[in-house]
Each structure stands twice: as C-alpha cells, then as structure tokens.
Write a new protein. Structure first.
Length: 179
C-alpha cells in the first residue's frame, strides 16, 4: 500500500492494527462478518445502480444512456437482492464454487487418465490430485455453509498475520521515514 498514510511510522502501525482487528473479527465471527460484507456489497451496488440510472437520464448520447440504463437496472436489482437475502447469496456462491471445483477435478482426472495412457511417470500423482479435487468439490457443493465459514476464518488469520507484519514493520521503521 503506497499511500501517504502508510508512509509514516504511526500510519504503518495504525494500518497494521486495523488489519489485525478486522482479521480478529473475521476469525471470531465468520457468519456475522460474511453477512455484513454481503449486505455492504449490496448497498454499494444499490448506490451504483442509482448513480448509473441518474447518469442514463442525463446523457445526450443514446448508446451511452442505454448502456447506463441497463447497467443501472442490473446493479440496482442485484444490490436489492444482496441487501434482502445475504445468506442465500453466500450459499449460492459456494455452491457455484463447489460445482467449479468438481468439474475442474473431473477435467483433471480425464487429463491424468490420458497421461497414464501415454505411460508418463507422474500420472499417479495427477490422478490422486484430481480425485482430491473431486472430493473437495463435492464437499463444498453439499456443505457450502461450512466452507464459507472456513474461508472467512482463513481470511481472518491472513489479515491478523498481515496486520502483525505491518505493525512490526512500523515499529522497526525510522521516525523520519517518508516515501
């Protein structure tokens, strides 16, 4: 992050503390954090939709105003859905992720079988990786809530780590450091 705030010692320490606090919140309250993030994203889309609709009504170009009109309608509708049904959206995203991982694993298994037919030595490892991907895809597909919570916990741990590293960098930084 190259900005004026993090170019000072105090700014680096404060941004590190903010990252660590956000990570702690994600780590301790994954469900609440997930719903909150989804609702916030929904409100951002609602605001963007309103702005796009207002822009469509004030443009003189027919092509640009039509594009803004359609984009505004889609953003507004999707934002309203996210604000009103955040749990459904989170579940749906992880169901789609499970389908993607499952299909990717099946595709990898097809490739591993082709490797085995060609007599390549690493076909067994490729096949094991493909089967692991298929199993993981099925688990995510049939238990999206568990994996959504797990993903938020992992993100929380990563934010705590990034915050601690930034705090240590800030403490080690000389007082007169400027970017």
């Amino acid at each position: 992050m190259d900005s004026k705030i993090t170019s000072t010692k105090l700014g680096t320490i404060v941004s590190g503390a903010a990252l660590a606090i956000m990570g702690f919140i994600l780590f301790t309250n994954p469900k609440t954090a997930m719903i909150t993030i989804t609702v916030m994203l929904g409100w951002v889309l609602v605001i963007m939709g309103v702005v796009s609709l207002a822009s469509a009504l004030t443009r003189w170009s027919v092509i640009l105003s039509t594009a803004d009109l359609y984009a505004g309608i889609v953003e507004l509708l999707f934002g309203v859905l996210l604000v009103n049904m955040p749990g459904f959206f989170v579940t749906w995203i992880f169901i789609l992720l499970g389908i993607f991982i499952l299909v990717s694993g099946l595709n990898s298994l097809y490739g591993a079988n082709a490797m085995q037919t060609l007599g390549l030595p690493s076909a067994g490892i490729a096949k094991a990786g493909a089967i692991l991907a298929i199993v993981l895809g099925a688990l995510v597909l049939f238990s999206p809530g568990l994996f959504a919570d797990t993903a938020m916990v992992i993100c929380g741990i990563a934010l705590i780590y990034a915050g601690v590293v930034r705090i240590v960098d800030g403490v080690r930084m000389s007082s007169d450091h400027r970017a």
